[in-house]
Ligand binder design. Sequence first.
Ligand code: 3VV
Ligand code: UBL
Length: 267
Amino acid sequence: MELGWLLWGAAVLLLLPVLMELSPAVNFALRIGFYYLLFFVCSALTAPVCLLVNGGRTVKNMRIIKTVVKTFKYFFGLRFEVKGLENFEVEGPAIIVSNHQSILDMMGLMEVLPDNCVQVGKKELMYAGTVGLIIYLGGVIFINRKSTSSAKMVMAEVAKTMATDNVKVWVYPEGTRNCTGDLLPFKKGAFHVAVQAQVPVIPVVYSSFTTFYNPKKNLFTSGKIKVEVLPPIETKGLTSDDVSELTDRCYRTMRATLFRLSGRPGE
Ligand SMILES: CCCCCCCC/C=C\CCCCCCCC(=O)SCCNC(=O)CCNC(=O)[C@H](O)C(C)(C)COP(=O)(O)OP(=O)(O)OC[C@H]1O[C@@H](n2cnc3c(N)ncnc32)[C@H](O)[C@@H]1OP(=O)(O)O
Ligand SMILES: CCCCCCCC/C=C\CCCCCCCC(=O)OC[C@@H](O)COP(=O)(O)O
């Protein structure tokens, strides 16, 4: 019996490199599958720690989550080159906005996440198994993208409480993942919240993943991701009439930075 298992194990070990060589699809599936498995298992192991240490749903759990997720990059040969972290050092709350390319963004998010910062996420994530539990414990704000009115209500609540809770709120204004190397048009919710709460908007840009990650081409290799935290954009004195201009200004700045970081000629 043991001999059988031994032979089977040796065969898999010998075959794996061949399989991975032969088929990018296998390589991609193995790496992404391992990423999901890491999320799933680490969430299950970290949730009890969060409950023990912090007792329940609190942004303080993000410190624990961040410590764990920051180790994931080593499994995938990913490196981050970060600039501008000092721009997070604003007095009090702020709205942070960044581009969103893939579920790999969670590593980039945790690489630079400032203290006391929660994220806005689609409510479907609450049901993502153990990951749903851990992000709930971390204080993630869930919105229903399909119902603008309910999403607006949640965001209005955020604008009210972020000052008293002294939390920063991280929003992906594209509203969905987009791995094209460009930016989708920005949703305005993050900017309405910033103006309602009269807090600065801090743009964060991640260079394009297209050189090492493209699900359509089964590409997922190691790579370097440049991250730049841009200077805060003040909203003091702005009103909801200024939101469109604020959104456009932020979009243009982030798009120019994305092209610069990704070595793509600006348009
Ligand atoms: C331990 C190890 C384990 C590992 C596991 C741990 C993992 C890591 C841990 C933890 C991190 C987890 C993090 C998860 C992250 C997930 C990310 C996502 O899920 S991205 C999808 C959700 N995000 C969004 O959708 C963006 C925010 N969206 C918005 O802000 C939208 O604006 C929204 C939903 C509020 C409305 O969207 P609309 O599609 O209706 O489009 P619009 O153009 O923005 O709004 C329509 C009209 O409503 C007004 N409006 C929008 N928001 C408003 C507001 N708040 N107040 C007043 N008016 C508003 C606008 O001005 C516009 O009106 P006019 O065109 O100007 O006339
Ligand atoms: C043996 C493996 C078992 C797996 C069982 C399932 C347990 C769930 C495991 C991993 C879930 C990973 C989700 C982590 C959070 C990812 C955040 C994210 O990037 O979500 C996408 C969202 O921004 C936008 O969604 P769309 O682009 O609009 O769509």
